[in-house]
Ligand binder design. Structure first.
Ligand code: SER
Length: 595
């Protein structure tokens, strides 16, 4: 089984069951400040799951979605963790529910994938003081042929999906596991146990509650289904591999790393760790850079994660004997070839990917040289002391400020007859990690966003800005990126000169004039081709024939968009451009607020 085969089988199965295939979304959420990356297939569908609006493609949907989860980034290197993965999913937006979904799951796993039913185990929610036990899901599994002994009731920690600690749609889930046949690690060993006997492949979420601000679980009038199957994991188990790094795609990537390093994967555990880190991190970096909303390395947000991924890949490449940073592009090329069919944006953005990998790789090499210099500066003082041990906090400072790895500090110390207080380093490292975890907990949490009125209004303001720019600059303005937080909008577009103060004022005035006119915002649903014919701006591609929503703002703007938007402009407030700058060559960036 290959990744391509599984992706195809899944989509075909659900299309046969009356689902429409939709395009997966960008990895960079456009209008959701609560997460850095798209973490699940359901993420872009939140407004529809909440029942706030109808999806233009109907109530049965399926897709494959690029996902990044960075919570376990430090565990990458072992045979199981990945930062990027593909998720297959299907949704019922108030159409079928638990019984039908469980029957679909059973049919797909046993008939389409040919999994021996006696190897399947499932978990369901055991219930607690707030929400009842999910006997309905258990009964549905039983009627499909899973015996009671292989249906496990588990706690909220294991079998609940929804926004951690916040409000919104949520519900019990049911996870499906394949028994690898290995012996139980203890009497308590059951699905969910970390020993590896049971391998999770699919998760059916039954969104049937809304968690209110005062912590109550209200039954939703329109329950929904959200499911997710990780491609890499599932391909691994179906092709009898112990690790995701042994599936078709990774085998090809790792072959290239073997070639570049002259090492062979599978011969030495330490080398294997580095090879897995390089394979994972370069693959993820290619998907971030090659995304339809591609991001460059920087010191904040997604750009910072990208920077860390690239740097860590370079460091591990050095470890296994790859000295030239050109290796980044050689591996990137393999990744693009592997994935360009399901993700054509990778091929389209190839130049941006290569340019940034090379620049960042070289920048990091400079950093390493600087770190060495810094070490030499510290050396005389270190040699003067009696202790012959470099304090942990100094090793940590080199690491934190110059990304100078501990191993290198140890190596340099040894050459000078010194040692490093590694325990002290680890303590400083842990302390730092805890602080940064707390600081980033909010953005990494994932889950459902709060469509506050403010973000909705800023989203509508983005459409107004886009139309006003085209009118003032008298050219077609192509949107190259958009990002909205609760405070401001950010809009990137093609234009090769800075806007003059006069142009900026005209744009601002024009937007405010429309707000004053209190224009109505209306929605129509049509195919992308029709939308383009009607003159709507459509700065993204969708599948041929795919139905999209077109938002029209009076006589001023018409644009294909997922929404949501305000219903009329009158209450939006005053529009103000706070910054106009260059974002990269030929690209201008505007930041604006509503006050
Ligand atoms: N949202 C669920 C998950 O991420 C199912 O797609 O597992």
């Amino acid at each position: 089984m290959t990744s391509n085969e599984l992706r195809k089988k899944y989509i075909e199965f659900f299309v046969k069951k009356g689902h429409k295939q939709i395009s997966g979304a960008s990895l960079i959420p456009e209008n959701d400040p609560t997460v850095l990356f798209t973490t699940a297939g359901m993420h872009p569908l939140v407004p529809y799951l909440m029942g706030a609006q109808e999806h233009p493609m109907g109530r049965r949907l399926t897709d494959y979605q690029k996902c990044i989860r960075t919570g376990d980034i430090d565990s990458v290197g072992d045979p199981h963790h990945l930062t990027f993965f593909e998720m297959l999913g299907n949704w019922s937006l108030g159409d079928y529910f638990k019984k039908e979904m469980i029957a679909y799951s059973y049919e797909f796993l046993t008939k389409e994938l040919g999994i021996d039913p006696s190897k399947l185990s499932v978990t369901v929610f055991e219930g607690d003081s707030e929400v009842e036990r999910d006997n309905e899901a258990a009964a549905a599994w039983e009627s499909n042929g899973i015996p009671k002994e292989r249906i496990f009731f588990m706690s909220r920690e294991d079998n609940w999906w929804g926004p951690a600690g916040s409000t919104g749609p949520c519900g019990p889930d049911s996870e499906m596991f394949i028994d690898t046949g290995r012996p139980k690690c203890s009497d308590d060993c059951k699905p969910g146990c970390s020993c590896g006997k049971y391998f999770e492949i699919w998760n059916d979420v039954f969104m049937q509650y809304n968690k209110t601000a005062d912590g109550k679980f209200e039954k939703l009038s329109r329950p929904c289904i959200d499911t997710g199957m990780g491609i890499e994991r599932t391909v691994a188990i179906l092709s009898g591999k112990k690790s995701v790094y042994e599936i078709d795609t990774f085998t090809t990537i790792i072959k290239k790393i073997n070639e570049l390093s002259g090492k062979t994967y599978g011969e030495d555990e330490k080398t294997d760790i580095s090879i897995r880190i390089i394979a994972d991190h370069v693959r993820t970096s290619v998907f971030i850079l090659g995304d339809q909303n591609g991001i460059a390395p920087s010191n904040i947000g997604q750009g910072y994660i990208l920077r860390r991924l690239i740097r860590r890949a370079v460091r591990h490449a050095k470890k296994i004997g790859i000295e030239n940073v050109c290796f980044l592009n050689e591996i990137a090329n393999v990744v693009i070839e592997l994935y360009k069919e399901p993700y054509p944006e990778l091929e389209q953005n190839k130049d941006f990917v290569f340019k940034n990998l090379e620049e960042e790789g070289n920048k990091f090499l400079e950093t390493l040289v600087k770190g060495e210099k810094e070490f030499e500066k510290l050396l005389p003082n270190l040699l003067k002391g009696n202790s012959k041990t470099i304090p942990g906090r100094i090793a940590f400072k080199l690491y934190d400020t110059y990304e100078f790895p501990l191993e290198l500090t140890v190596e340099l110390a040894r050459e000078n007859g010194l040692s490093v207080d590694e325990n002290g380093f680890n303590e400083a490292f842990k302390k730092h990690q805890e602080t940064s975890r707390t600081a980033t907990a909010g953005v990494f949490k994932g889950g459902l966003m709060d469509h506050s009125e403010k973000t909705t209004a800023l989203h509508t303001a983005t459409h107004l800005l886009h139309a006003a720019l085209a009118k003032v600059l008298k050219t077609s303005v192509k949107q190259l990126g958009s990002n909205i937080t609760a405070e401001r909008l950010r809009f990137d577009f093609n234009h090769d000169a800075p806007l003059t103060p006069d142009e900026l004022k005209q744009v601002e005035d024009m937007v405010n004039e429309q707000i004053k006119r209190d224009l109505p915002v209306t929605i129509d649903v049509m195919t992308l081709e029709k939308a383009k014919q009607s003159g709507a701006i459509a700065d993204f591609e969708a599948k041929y024939g795919e139905e999209v929503k077109v938002y029209t703002i009076g006589d001023f703007s018409k644009e294909v968009c997922g929404g949501p938007h305000v219903t009329h402009l009158g209450d939006m407030g005053h529009f103000k451009i706070v910054k106009e700058q260059s974002s990269s060559r030929g690209v201008r960036r505007i930041k604006a607020i509503l006050e």
